[in-house]
Design a protein around this ligand. Structure first.
Ligand code: PLP
Ligand code: COI
Length: 348
């Protein structure tokens, strides 16, 4: 199942961020207190009981990762141990069983190997998106945790998350809808956070922005994050900052960018509350970052019915974000030295 075979005949450079059915997915079941071994299966359809807690009470979590083809043909994952850790944090929070780290990493690797023909080639600008998920299944009605769970990993070749050419500039609109409460589930990758955000994204798009920008829900002052990505900001004073909030997803991309900014660009980095209205005039460059988003420079932000251009005309990529993008993607695609030991090769 894991033999290297010819690539699919896809128009790789034209791919958007859409589901594309691939050949195999990993699937394991948990019941009576333990996981079975799991197996690779062909069907993309999950059959669940109509009473499943995942369907009614959102007892589910997921992850997002990418596999890239390097110039020398190696297939690389980016810091998959952190996705395993984060999924288990969500699992504990929602009273679901943890997926042992080895099982998680093995399942991801096996699914990537089995779908070799779907891994976009080097230089195509596309990658293989990996979606591990954990759902509460089985019969249930009252508000209590499931007795059975399914862990599944599927993959799909994807192109850029935001429609633009190359490193495109995006715009954000501040949302009047909150995403997560200060001590709620905002820092976990759980579906419930996203269902509540669909309307916020729609409203932001209706205003001409790509995405919603959430402020803290206690005071509506401090930047939390965007609908599908964290925020990083290069300030006019030379510092490089990101929100310090317990209501945002701890982004692996952001964590990595902060290290690159500090260690390689020698910027003074800090995670601190960022008062949007008070500080926006001091923003030199801003970006949204995440696995799907990679690093998307934010050109304009709509705040209180007024658009604010961040860098220059709001449509230009600034030098700091360009440099960070080049270094991050360079490491992820094996073009630059993996100085921090972040890449994990999937061996065939
Ligand atoms: N914030 C939200 C709400 C997300 O959905 C994501 C995507 O995973 C991120 C941030 C970025 O996290 P990561 O860089 O780990 O993909
Ligand atoms: C990711 O970046 O992996 C995500 O899960 C974001 C999602 C909204 C596509």
């Amino acid at each position: 199942m894991d033999a290297k075979v010819n690539k699919q005949q896809l128009n790789w450079t034209e791919l958007g961020f859409q589901y594309h059915r691939t050949d195999y997915r990993f699937c394991a079941q948990y019941s009576s207190g333990s996981w079975n071994r799991g197996e690779m299966i062909a069907s993309e359809v999950i059959q669940v009981h109509e009473g499943a807690p995942a369907l009614h009470y959102a007892q589910q979590c997921f992850e997002g990762m990418k596999a890239q083809t390097a110039a020398d043909g190696r297939v690389l994952l980016f810091r998959p141990d952190l996705n395993s850790e984060r999924m288990n944090m969500a699992a504990s929070r929602l009273l679901m069983p943890e997926v042992p780290r080895k099982m998680f990493i093995d399942a991801v690797q096996e699914t990537v190997r089995a779908n070799y023909s779907w891994i976009p080639p080097y230089g195509s600008g596309a990658s293989l998106y990996i979606r591990p998920m954990l759902i509460g299944v089985g019969e249930n009605l009252g508000l209590r945790p499931a007795q059975q769970f399914e862990f599944r990993v599927f993959v799909s070749p994807v192109g850029p998350y935001y429609k633009s050419d190359g490193l495109g500039v995006i715009s954000l609109a501040v949302s009047e809808i909150d995403r997560a409460a200060p001590n709620g589930t905002g820092c976990y990758k759980v579906g419930a956070n996203y269902a509540g955000g669909l309307l916020a994204t729609r409203k932001a798009q209706d205003k001409g922005a790509h995405e919603a920008l959430y402020l803290d829900s206690a005071e509506g002052r401090y930047i939390d994050e965007a609908g599908s990505a964290n925020i990083v900001i290069a300030m006019k004073d030379g510092s490089f900052i990101t929100p310090n909030s317990n209501a945002i997803l701890p982004s692996i991309t952001r964590k990595s960018l902060m290290v690159i900014a500090r260690e390689q660009l020698h910027l003074k980095t800090e995670a601190r509350p960022i008062d949007l209205r008070l500080e926006i005039s001091q923003f030199e460059e801003a970006a949204a970052c995440g696995t799907a988003a990679v690093l998307a420079p934010v050109g304009r932000i709509l705040v209180d019915q007024q658009w604010h251009a961040i860098y220059k005309d709001g449509q230009t990529v600034g030098p700091i974000m360009q440099e960070l993008y080049d270094r991050l993607v360079g490491i992820q695609m094996g073009e630059l030295s993996d100085a921090f030991d972040w890449c994990h090769e999937v061996k065939f």
